[in-house]
Design a protein around this ligand. Sequence first.
Ligand code: CUA
Length: 335
Amino acid sequence: MATGRAFLISAVSLSLAACSGRQSSLDPQGPYAQQIANLFWAFLAVCALIWLAVCVVLSIAVIRRRAARPQPLELAPARERMMGQLVLSLGGGTGVIVIAFALISYVAQRNLWAEPNSGMTLRVVGHQWWWEVLYDDPQPARNFITANEIHIPVNTLVRVRLETRDVIHSFWVPSLAGKMDQISGHINEQLLLAARPGIYRGQCAEFCGQEHAKMAFSVVASSPEEFDAWRDGQIRAAAPPEGPERRRGRHVFESHSCLVCHTIRGTIAGGKFGPDLTHLASRRSIAAGTAPLTAGHLGGWIADPQHLKPGTQMPPGDLGGADLSALVAYLMGLQ
Ligand code: CUA
């Protein structure tokens, strides 16, 4: 008995645990996600009521079964009329429910696509398998690029312009908005609005190859002051490395193939194939949310990327131990 109760409690809490947290459509953190959650609950409530009604009627029919009629083919006109009316009214009711569903979906769609005339715009480009995030500014000197981590000010409408460099990806931050595909040669848009500060997880929602599952990102919603401070920090070029270890790391970076794919503003590295690393150490994770950013994970990632993310297009570092630790020390200093 006690085992049964424990099982029931853990089953219920496990199923509810999936409904909250930093990546859940059922725990909306902004008005756009709220629209979608409302729609889900309205559909679920109506469908659950219909399902319950069908179960009740079916149970009654099974329990209160009438005796077999001597002449089953004989029609009772009054009864036939009543059944006809019942079927007709249930059919009409179904039609009304479908139309009501269509109407509330239409209203939700209108609210989701309301044209904003304020807020900020940024671009997110999907790559196999990471996200390039571009903050464009009317002053070109204030443009910058980052990866796999989107910062937005809270309570500000953010228009995200979505592109892809290769295959179709899908941009999805369940706690903040619905999904939107990134299609080659076409720009789609998604509106984000976070009502509360927090870190919300996003995930590619369109199968895009071997590492589709490891194509995640974070949306960090913070106060406008914190966001401005973050942006000012990102606009700056990387500070020159301090200490012999980090200076050696920078030399390793600039004298190996790293600079072919990566940019670090303030150095000679200007590669565009992989993520911009100018402020790598200000991010929370590496390899598009695959591992937290620690010196250990970063070293492992550079030494053997295929181990952490099989299929990734990052080649192995092929560095000696001292060079590798100097490189990690340098990269971990890129605040
Ligand atoms: Cu990108 Cu799945």
